[in-house]
Ligand binder design. Structure first.
Ligand SMILES: Cc1cc2nc3c(=O)[nH]c(=O)nc-3n(C[C@H](O)[C@H](O)[C@H](O)COP(=O)(O)OP(=O)(O)OC[C@H]3O[C@@H](n4cnc5c(N)ncnc54)[C@H](O)[C@@H]3O)c2cc1C
Length: 601
């Protein structure tokens, strides 16, 4: 067996795992400051999932309707169902215009208004004057905002001489005896060789784990690798019970149709041809937040008003916008309609269903992107040398439910903030800390087990069963009994993951080995989700449990959101598959706190 001491090593000031929007925003800050930074990615940087983002970036520029960051702050706190930390939310909403203008100055091709300012469209849950009416806040480049943003960031990084390791898969964090993170182990896919990458600071930016579900808008590479790496290294995962279903995934295909469709004026219809959202959300209608709209759609389907022969989908109607608006503002949505549903959206409505889209939880951090863990005295302490940003992190600005456009914003704001914090605090003259003797032992043991297990299960079979289990037991509506059963099933699946074997032992581009390693990350994210969900005995944001729903005719009933007992963040620990909790920060940085109230739209 290979020993740690035999592995090839490389040294950098900073290693970033992930070349999506968050990783590349951070690396840009570092490379521009002259630090030696390496960015690893499983795929070519511009193929990261950020490229698929369609609708826009939230920022209160006020180009098209009156707006300011206080409104954005209020909407985000309310959207989070009061689980978001108000200091982080204030920081994000205040920084938003700055990071958007920076992108503009880097050359990002935003759509324009006739006066030359950035075009902004309405989006779910974004309002003016504290909930009074929809506001135009989503800064957009047609329906290809993520594409434009990721390419802009990549080009700027190339100019700043960031080093990219393309088609490299990070496998494990390396922690020394002080608990400090001193780098990662990584697999070069082309050769199958394992390396040690040493760093004074390591930043995880690996994106979401949306592939723990069967029906997902996420890219196939979104297997939650950063979550797995953190969990295996003894770092807890926060608020993993909260998963966002996007209301408009193409029925049967899962591909996303941006909320920008409804921002531009599209509406949802049931089988009676009724615009049912008017009944549930009289003010915001189809532009209520995603958790809310997804539940209403599910309700319509359950009550027999779904469309189609099996009454199992809802229709999204766009034809009244006219072909000109559709081709100008929603060109990709038009193509998706033709390619994935055989529907010309300029002529007829398209079948949609709520589809898994985004994880609100992740690796706990502070507003500098530093990873934080409980200090044993009721407070939090920083893990030296480790940062996390983007969808894999939980700062937490999205709380129990993210507003659309706030993720691209989160990548920019916290990617930049983490970069700045590293630049300000990294001692360039200091030597790298010595590597512990067992630096790569965990990684090498994982690989050795896969090689030696010759009659084990196929990774694909186990991954499919994880996805089906999550789909069935942690959906839009949950029940206590079903979640408890989900916990048992996922626990059993973890044993099957430990029995995955490889039939193909070749080294060069062995995708079977990569998939098997990814499943070891999927199971961490899935178990974190199921265990955290089954424990939370209330309804909040995207976590809706039938057993705890407040009856519609009894607003005084104690069921529903239970702020007294459950206004707290979940922390899931892999080694023991158990939970601890930490308080929500209700104190913003400079303004008054927004006290909890009932969420109506
Ligand atoms: C279809 C779709 C549309 C969306 N539209 C919007 C929108 O309009 N507005 C909005 O605000 N949000 C939107 N979102 C959400 C948002 O796009 C994502 O949350 C965000 O882009 C995630 O960015 P990230 O930087 O965290 O990670 P990603 O962009 O997912 O990048 C992850 C990176 O990590 C790398 N990586 C992962 N594991 C490893 C490993 N083990 N080793 C090496 N590299 C690794 C990958 O190769 C990749 O480079 C959308 C999401 C989807 C799926």
């Amino acid at each position: 067996m290979t020993q740690t001491s035999n592995l090839p090593r490389r040294r950098f000031d900073v290693v970033i795992v992930g070349a999506g929007g968050s990783g590349m925003r951070a690396s840009l800050q570092l490379a521009r400051a002259g630090l030696n930074v390496a960015v690893l990615s499983k795929v070519f940087p511009t193929r990261s999932h950020t490229v698929a983002a369609q609708g826009g970036i939230g920022a209160s520029l006020g180009n098209m309707s009156e707006d300011n960051w206080h409104y954005h702050f209020y909407d985000t706190v309310k959207g989070s169902d009061w689980l978001g930390d108000q200091d982080a939310i204030e920081f994000m909403c205040r920084e938003a215009p700055k990071v958007v203008y920076e992108l503009e100055h880097m050359g990002m091709p935003f759509d324009r208004n006739p006066d030359g300012t950035i075009y902004q469209r309405p989006f779910g849950g974004h309002t003016a004057n504290y909930g009074e009416k929809p506001v135009q806040r989503a800064c957009a480049a047609a329906d290809r905002t993520g594409h434009a943003m990721l390419h802009t960031l990549y080009q700027q990084n190339v100019a700043a001489r960031t080093t990219f390791f393309v088609e490299w898969m990070a496998l494990d964090l390396i922690r020394d005896t002080d608990g400090d993170v001193v780098g990662v182990t990584a697999l070069e896919m082309e050769t199958g060789d394992v390396y040690i990458l040493e760093a004074k600071a390591t930043l995880l930016a690996t994106g979401g784990a949306g592939r723990i579900y069967a029906a997902s808008t996420n890219a196939f590479i979104n297997t939650g690798d950063g979550l797995g790496m953190a969990a295996r290294a003894g770092i807890p995962l926060q608020d993993m019970e909260f998963w966002q279903f996007h209301p408009t995934g193409v029925a049967g295909a899962g591909v996303l149709l941006t909320e920008g469709c409804r921002g531009e004026g599209a509406i949802l219809l049931n089988s009676n041809g009724e615009r049912f959202m008017e009944r549930y959300a009289p003010t915001l209608k189809d532009l209520a937040p995603r958790d809310f709209v997804s539940r209403c759609m599910d309700q319509e389907i359950k009550e027999g008003r779904g469309c189609g022969p099996n009454k199992d989908y809802i229709l999204l109607k766009l034809d009244h916008l006219g072909p000109e608006t559709i081709h100008k503002r929603l060109p990709s949505v038009y193509e998706i309609g033709i390619n994935f549903a055989n529907v010309d959206i300029t002529k007829e409505p398209i079948p949609v269903v709520p589809t898994i889209h985004y994880q609100m939880g992740g690796i706990p951090t502070n507003i500098n992107g530093q990873v934080v863990v409980p200090d044993g005295n009721g407070g939090q302490k920083v893990v030296n040398g480790l940062y996390a940003v983007g969808e894999c992190s939980c700062v937490s600005v999205h709380g129990a439910n993210r507003l659309g456009t706030n993720s691209l914003l989160d990548l920019l704001v916290f990617g930049r903030a983490a970069g700045n914090h590293i630049v300000a605090n990294l001692d360039r003259a200091r030597e790298h800390k010595p590597l512990p003797k067992d630096a790569a032992d965990r990684t090498l043991a994982r690989l050795a087990r896969l090689e030696s297990c010759r009659d084990g299960e196929y990774a694909q079979a186990v991954a499919n069963d994880i996805r089906q289990t999550m789909q069935q037991h942690a959906g839009v509506f949950r029940t206590q009994a079903s979640m408890d059963e989900g916990v048992r099933k996922i626990n059993a699946l973890r044993e099957r993951v430990a029995n995955i074997g490889l039939k193909d032992h070749s080294k060069v581009f062995n995708t079977a080995r990569i998939e098997a390693l990814e499943v070891e990350n999927l199971i961490e994210a899935a178990q974190a989700t199921m265990t955290s969900a089954a424990a939370r005995k209330e309804c909040r944001g995207a976590h809706t449990v039938k057993d705890y729903e407040r009856p519609a005719d009894d607003p005084e009933c104690p069921l529903g959101r239970n702020d007294k007992e459950w206004m707290k963040h979940t922390l899931w620990w892999s080694e023991t598959n158990s939970l601890t909790y930490k308080p929500v920060n209700l104190k913003p940085l400079t303004v008054e706190s927004i006290p909890p109230k009932v969420r109506t739209f």
